[in-house]
Design a protein around this ligand. Sequence first.
Ligand code: ATP
Ligand code: MG
Length: 397
Amino acid sequence: MVRNTEADTIIIRLSGEIGIKSEWTRRSYERQLIKNMKVALKSQNLKPTAIVRVRGRIYVHMSIQTATETAKALTRVFGISSVSPAKQTTSELSDIYATAFEMVETALPQNATFAVRCHRVGTHPYSSQDVCRNVGEQILEHFKSRNPKVNLTNPKVTVTVEIRDKEAYIYAEQIPAQGGFPLGTQAKTVCLLSGGIDSPVACWLTMKRGSPTVPIYIDNTPYTDDRTRQKAVDTAKKLQAWSTGKISKIYIVPNGENIQAIQEKAPSRFTCLLCKRLMYRIAERIADDEKALGIVTGEAIGEQASQTMHNLFAIDEAATRYPIHRPLLGFDKLETEAIAKKIGTFEISIMKAKGCTAAPSMPATQARLSAVKEAEANLDMAAMVESALQKTQILEL
Ligand code: ATP
Ligand code: MG
């Protein structure tokens, strides 16, 4: 009989932070995580045969042909710190040896160093150390022609045997996932999503901590163009792929006429600040409708003129009913870009589009709140919010 060397189980390690929650919280987080895992797998047409929860771990059993895809899909689910494609067997040593050979077959290159680790729960006629030593010896003997060497401190390949009562799982790979908390364990937020590099990353980081976010794009046409809008929609679609079904739409809010009014009635150095204050107010109204509890933006200290400490102070005051969350506050651009690349939004965000032509060449960098409010007094902000909301469209992604 030809034995199959592929994994039949994916071992899921939960984020460490979940493990230190109270029993009740931990259980509810785990339940949410399993729900999200099912959605993630279903969206890829993957059908696990069983999902089993034990303390600190979840085992996903599936048909062996889908192990790679299943592992990959699960690394995108928040709340999981790493996954290992494993093969299940019994806790009999002879079965453990045979299965270890199968898992090592593809994982152990010529002249590689390796170590065997063992985690054991239950009563067995052997100790964990016995397992490590015996499996190690068996591998040395069985793969003699590959000239493997034991290295317990810095091995190239780590073979892990996890024994739980009558069962054992063997794996040689630990694939990092995202960590964080299961999406849906925190209340909703709305996210001001511009399609630039920063805001999709801010949105993703918020989701990573468990809060489903509803994207809002403020459409400043004719000061921007359809390509800018398309970037926002396309980044929202990328975020949707991380959302285990929790992002399904984007709000598109026409705002060009309001910008025109701002340009006509306020000093040009305040254009972006007044526009941001307007955006926050619009976002607050959408947060009401969505029953969200905060507004997420991609602002980072000093990244743009409107994001100096002075100017953040001057715009923040416009949001009176919801907190503005700025997950990128302390990020350097390169750190933000690294995440944008990982999550798949970077390539979209750097595509050519019309940057907002309403942005002044000499924006205020140290605006005084009183001066900004004085400028704002010439504008009917409340009416501007209303007219933008009336024209708002909800686009299903
Ligand atoms: P980004 O890279 O996200 O476009 P940015 O660095 O270009 O941000 P700003 O243009 O000052 O900075 O915008 C700051 C934040 O305001 C953005 O991260 C986003 O959250 C929000 N924002 C800006 N423009 C829009 C827009 N057209 N629609 C929705 N949100 C926006
Ligand atoms: Mg930017």
